[in-house]
Design a binder for this molecule. Sequence first.
Ligand SMILES: Nc1nc2c(c(=O)[nH]1)N[C@H]1C(S)=C(S)[C@@H](COP(=O)(O)OP(=O)(O)OC[C@H]3O[C@@H](n4cnc5c(=O)[nH]c(N)nc54)[C@H](O)[C@@H]3O)O[C@H]1N2
Ligand SMILES: Nc1nc2c(c(=O)[nH]1)N[C@H]1C(S)=C(S)[C@@H](COP(=O)(O)OP(=O)(O)OC[C@H]3O[C@@H](n4cnc5c(=O)[nH]c(N)nc54)[C@H](O)[C@@H]3O)O[C@H]1N2
Ligand SMILES: [Mo]
Length: 762
Amino acid sequence: MKEMRDGTTPPDTAGLRLSKVKTTAAGIPAAVSSLNHGIRKMGLTKTVRTLLMVNQKEGFDCPGCAWPDPEHRTSFEFCENGAKAVADEAMKAKVNASFFQKHPISDLLEQSDFWLNSQGRIAQPMIRKSGSNHYQPIDWDDAFDLISEHIQTMNHPERGVYYTSGRTSNEAAFLYQALVRALGSNNMPDCSNMCHESSGKALTQTIGIGKGTVHLDDFNHADLILVIGQNPGTNHPRMLTALRDAKKKGAKIISINPLPETGLQRFKHPQDYMNADFQTTQLADIFVPVRIGGDAALLKGIMKILLESGTLDRSFIDTKTIGFDKFRESLENHTWDQIVHDSGIERAIIEEIASYCDESNATIACWAMGLTQHRNGVAVIQEVVNLLLLGGHIGRKGAGVCPVRGHSNVQGDRTVGIWEAPSESFIEKLEEGLNFSIPRKHGYDVVHAIHAMEQGNVDVFISMGGNFLSATPDTRRTASGLRNVGLTVQISTKLNRSHLITGKTAIILPVLGRTEIDIQESGEQFVTVENSMGVVHRSKGNTKPVSINLISEPFLVAQLGVRLCPDVLPWREYMRNYDNIRDLMERSLHGFDDYNHRVRAPNGFLLPNPPRDSCEFDTDSGKASFTVHSLPDVKVESNHFVLMTIRSHDQYNTTIYGLHDRYRGVHGNRRIVFMNALDMSERNLKTRDIVHMKSHFNGTIRESNNWIVVPYEIPRGNLAAYFPEANELVPLESTAHISNTPTSKWIEVSLSTSEASILEEE
Ligand SMILES: Nc1nc2c(c(=O)[nH]1)N[C@H]1C(S)=C(S)[C@@H](COP(=O)(O)OP(=O)(O)OC[C@H]3O[C@@H](n4cnc5c(=O)[nH]c(N)nc54)[C@H](O)[C@@H]3O)O[C@H]1N2
Ligand SMILES: Nc1nc2c(c(=O)[nH]1)N[C@H]1C(S)=C(S)[C@@H](COP(=O)(O)OP(=O)(O)OC[C@H]3O[C@@H](n4cnc5c(=O)[nH]c(N)nc54)[C@H](O)[C@@H]3O)O[C@H]1N2
Ligand SMILES: [Mo]
């Protein structure tokens, strides 16, 4: 047998087309693109029927992002990229036994992520037996028995690892964590470890809750909205509507980002054309092209000015916070030279931003992966908190922190217990409801799980959704770790690379998606989810499942429960009627009183949020806390670059819908490295030249060949490439302090061409 690919994506450099970078987001092209994706994958009738149920009160929650729904909804509560997510899930093509018979695993590994995903919905359970190069069908019962046997024969409960991606409903996630804890471990890494973990940690320490403190309506009352390290035009398109509405009411918007992302320039809501409104709205008042990793310096600069000449909210600082004096002193240690150098932003611009901050009576700070995936991810978010605390912008209408979540239920999954490091108060409440004792020892997060696999300490790995191989850092190492595992189980909807790089035995369990009708013994079921702003609401699919062989995630977990620990919970009751799961959740979680009743309200209900509700802080001191941080070291070797890995407009994380990064003008190929034109000419590089990249970390080197250079408006010394192709360059050990999140936005790299290594050595 020929040697299998190592889990990285094939480095194909053909087919690239470049067009002009777009300056207006959404508009007609977005509406056309939604329909195109839908009709191609689902057909016309299903497209119309499905899209009209997205985010409706009686419909399903969009599997796209976690942006909240307005109270008064139109029939058009989805965006271009939400429509793509829906079409991608509800597509008609199927991956079944004959597909796997035709395609050996070694061949599938040579295909692109785009090709793998376009093959269709996985339609029946499959098994790859040890040593085989093919998947073959397996019955559901046999699959459950085999998984249970593997778990029961582990030497220790900690040899099992149970990953969760963020689409899992509250009900499925709650049962899953109950099962894992009944088995005796907290080994529950999740996608959040690679995503907003830094936000959760930063906010819990400073304001006593690991979530945002604003509501959608706060956007209507804000004077100033900071959008830091986030590309909403692509990743949270419905946020642009909120920004536009805020703007119409007079809010100012500042975008802090190394790239001039299109969505933050001009915006046109596709629906406006129906009202014959052809105006576009300019969103960002100031675009601040910070250098990658320069946000901490920039924020310190802004706060230095505010402390010297701004108006502080003294009564808020005195009564609601601690640590102000130390914080004030610490800012004196940072010189303007360093601030300007590290941020890459001139002092005059920093002064302008500070004056916007000073004039605002209600500031919202939004951020996403541009802040969290850095070594100082926790610290830099705490600088954002410092900035808001100076003006009393937490617990006030129109103001607060707004970490914009990714996966549509990633926040809910954490709320209901998908957490490798649960707090004591969480465990105590859980024990009250579940009636068995919960292990205290913290489990593995994502990075620790990969280390454990590398060391041969994992026998069983179960993945509730997601694509662990491609989403995690250091692809080759993760691949060899996964290959060490005895049994890997992927609970999935679509084919991805984690089905191809597996443990010795591998099982694929296909499940119903969000869009599909879920019928159990007691009738049609709905599930619940929590959006980015703490609203818990229902989600109910309305399309016929793509295959009769699919089961729901809650049903699947309960089936494992019946086999693995039949006596601890009445699992069959949970399969029969999800209301029974929700009753159990009500007894086991804080804030879920009267769950079954309250979640049936048309807009769901709000979870408690002390900072927002009553300006109270559940910290040791009972106050919000200023924190002091030194500036991160942003130096790299001369002639090295800092690389960030970003999403294109045509992907959902590792799911590649298509090859058009429309706003950035890149089409037909994803193996791109964006570079400043001056950096290119200094190195004699032309557009479309092929370069090789090496990443450097603590004396270790990772190599990735064949990247196409594309000039772009990006700060000098910075580069950008797409996730997940560039993950092979992210060192497993390079993680954020405290949150342990991989530093996917800060990778030190050098470049070379095939002809010469001058680029590196000069
Ligand atoms: N269509 C679509 N929607 C999605 C997703 C998707 O893949 N596709 N993914 C979902 C998920 S799970 C998540 S977490 C979110 C992700 O949403 P985002 O965080 O918006 O996604 P990224 O592409 O990772 O973009 C990060 C942004 O940070 C900027 N950036 C990078 N480094 C720095 C820095 O040092 N400082 C600053 N200020 N900016 C920086 C980049 O230029 C980029 O604009 O989107 C969610 N929604
Ligand atoms: N270099 C780099 N790495 C990153 C990031 C980055 O910016 N740069 N971002 C990180 C972030 S923010 C995140 S959140 C992670 C994402 O990591 P994951 O959540 O693990 O990855 P996804 O690509 O979202 O997972 C896609 C797969 O989920 C399955 N799926 C989809 N819907 C369902 C469903 O309803 N049920 C089930 N059971 N399965 C389903 C499909 O099989 C699909 O192939 O990646 C992280 N990795
Ligand atoms: Mo994410």
